[in-house]
Design a binder for this molecule. Sequence first.
Ligand SMILES: C[S@@+](CC[C@H](N)C(=O)[O-])C[C@H]1O[C@@H](n2cnc3c(N)ncnc32)[C@H](O)[C@@H]1O
Length: 259
Amino acid sequence: MLAEIYDVEHDQIDEDLPFYREMSRRHPGAAIDLGCGSGRLFEPLLGGGATRIVGIDGSPSLVKRAEMRIAAHESLSTAMTEGRIELAVGDVRRVRRSDRFPLAILAGVVAHLEGPEDALRALLAARRLLARDGVLVIDTLGPGGLPPHDLPLSVDWERSDDGRRIVRRSRLERREAPEGLRVSYATLTDVVRPDGTIARLPASFRLWYPSPAVLVALAAEAELAVESVFGSHDLEPLDEDSERCIVVARPTATDPVTG
Ligand SMILES: C[S@@+](CC[C@H](N)C(=O)[O-])C[C@H]1O[C@@H](n2cnc3c(N)ncnc32)[C@H](O)[C@@H]1O
């Protein structure tokens, strides 16, 4: 049920879709969406001209939701039937494939990793997947998008979906660390069904938001040359108020894997 609610929450986010359509247009060929969730980015990638999409996610329930999304969209299901979309359950820190991609994406994923060591593993794995002139997009929250203080249990959002009323509450505790901001979340999601019964889904998780400097340093350690750093999906420069931190990087010229 949490995977279902994930879609209710995340499908509201669409401001980044034109950016990914444009990235796919600028880097024609196959795209790999690392930590693809329920495949929110597949349509813009296909719309931008991606000839093939590979989606990898660590959550089997979200990969299942991605299959459902594909089945419900004509262009996506045609692409799937033609063998142009591939889905797999996998760990972005350990993905190994023989094919190479002009475009690899880590959108909203780094925050879910344990910290710099795990992020470095993910960046190294992503770099190995890149074609010689391929780019990796690392998309995470920017300094202006981070929670400024701890929050007591409060309502995040309420939505109606399929006759049900969904109320999400959360509480957060933040801790500044040298590698960025660490945030512990406890969420309580109530699904109020039409007959008045309530399913209450508690969850807790920790997120890590690397500072832009740490992210750029990790990219360099993974032998990725940073091409641009944007503060929004409209390609504004990154500053202290930027809600996003989007790093676009290429394998360094001397990379022995991609030649
Ligand atoms: C906030 S969601 C973003 C989903 C998608 N990229 C998007 O932008 O809609 C983060 C996703 O990363 C996945 N994830 C987190 N850690 C992972 C790992 N180590 N390997 C694979 N997937 C992971 C989660 O399962 C989740 O689907």
